[in-house]
Ligand binder design. Structure first.
Ligand code: FA5
Length: 340
């Protein structure tokens, strides 16, 4: 039994294993020490010739050497693999200037946003300024201050999304009239673009849509001003020859009230599914501001008068581009949206 031989074998194995450079060498070295005809089995084959006492000490020492070599080999294999990955990485370079596999398309402004911008341009060109109000609105501003008390049948004209007691998603942009008038004194020439919400959905109605409110308050404002401003607006949006008609209507916050239709551009007034075969499409509601609103905001109705209107932006856009289904605006279909 030669324990010194084992110690020198241990040193030799350490040196040899740490020099291994590739997997081929690693396999050979493993076989050299641990293989069937390798060093460790040949050392163990000497055991039967030893005494009981010697067997114990020698057997244990060979086993310790075996475990030592196994661990060293495992460690070296890990090192070799890491070196290989590093080598590969250092040899490969990525050219970040190469074109990608997918075409990156540039977006376009949504048709509704384009038409809102155009509406704002037309009205600011006529001297109007732009104001905004909250989409989450109180019952007071959306209804009560607009002369629509609880139990008033007009509340049913606009199917409402209620949020909590006293709060709702605004059903129209008219509450901004009250908000602006409360804070400011006439003369006022204001438009208020924004989103509104109603429980309503078919080819000409969407649960979320856009309106642009507009109103003027000053001395001696009359229905002629209202008609002039709206007719001029529609001509600038659709061209000089667009057919426009004012129809008597009812809104609790205007008196008298009217609705404005334009000739259906999808069928040129002949009748189609968009205009429900009437040849006309309603695009806005309007009227002279009801004196009740002036009393709410503290204006003297003997001095001031005014007109107001609310445009449906989706309707105006459908007519501008002859689109026959309002839902197309909100389906995010790129081949539809890219046409604008
Ligand atoms: C109103 O909302 C009034 N606040 C308008 C108004 C303002 C009248 C100021 C007088 C003075 P109305 O519910 O009719 O009115 O809606 C106005 C326009 O919004 C309609 O002419 C229509 O073009 C559009 N509209 C109404 N409901 C929908 C809907 N569900 N989807 C798309 N557009 C709609």
């Amino acid at each position: 039994m030669d324990l010194e031989e084992l110690e020198s074998l241990r040193k030799q194995a350490k040196e040899r294993i740490e020099k291994i450079n590739n997997e081929r060498e690693w396999i050979d070295t493993k076989a050299y020490y641990l293989g069937k005809k390798g060093i460790i089995p040949s050392l163990l084959s000497k055991l039967p010739k030893l005494t009981q006492e010697e067997k114990k000490i020698y057997g244990q020492s060979v086993n310790t050497l075996k475990v030592f070599i196994e661990e060293l080999l495992e460690q070296q294999l890990k090192t070799i693999k890491e070196r290989e990955i590093e080598k590969k990485l250092s040899q490969t370079t990525i050219d970040i200037t190469l074109p990608g596999k997918f075409e990156i398309r540039s977006g376009t402004v949504h048709p509704i946003s384009q038409v809102i911008d155009e509406i704002i341009d037309i009205f600011t060109g006529m001297g109007f300024e732009v104001a905004e109000g909250p989409e989450l609105e109180s019952d007071y501003y959306n209804f009560e201050a607009l002369n629509i008390p609880e139990e008033h049948p007009a509340r049913e004209m606009q199917d409402t999304f209620y949020i909590s007691d006293g709060f709702l998603l605004r059903t129209h942009t008219s509450p901004v009239q009250i908000r602006v008038m409360e804070k400011r004194e006439p003369p006022l020439h204001v438009i208020c673009p924004g989103k509104v919400y109603r429980r309503d959905s078919d080819i000409t109605h969407s649960p979320m849509f856009h309106q642009v409110e507009g109103f003027v308050v000053d001395r001696d404002i009359h229905f002629g001003h209202l008609k002039g401003v709206l007719t001029e607006f529609l001509r600038r949006l659709y061209g000089e020859n667009i057919g426009v008609r004012f129809r008597p209507s009812y809104f609790p916050f205007t008196e008298p009230s009217a609705e404005v239709d334009i000739q259906c551009v999808v069928c040129n007034g002949k009748g189609c599914r968009v205009c429900k075969n009437s040849g006309w499409l309603e695009v806005l509601g309007c009227g002279m501001i009801h004196p009740y609103l002036f009393s709410v905001v503290g204006y003297d109705k003997e001095i001031y008068s005014g007109f107001a209107f609310g445009l449906g932006v989706e309707r105006l856009t459908m007519l501008k581009y002859a689109i026959d289904d309002i839902r197309l605006f909100y389906e995010n279909n790129l081949s539809f949206l890219e046409q604008f």
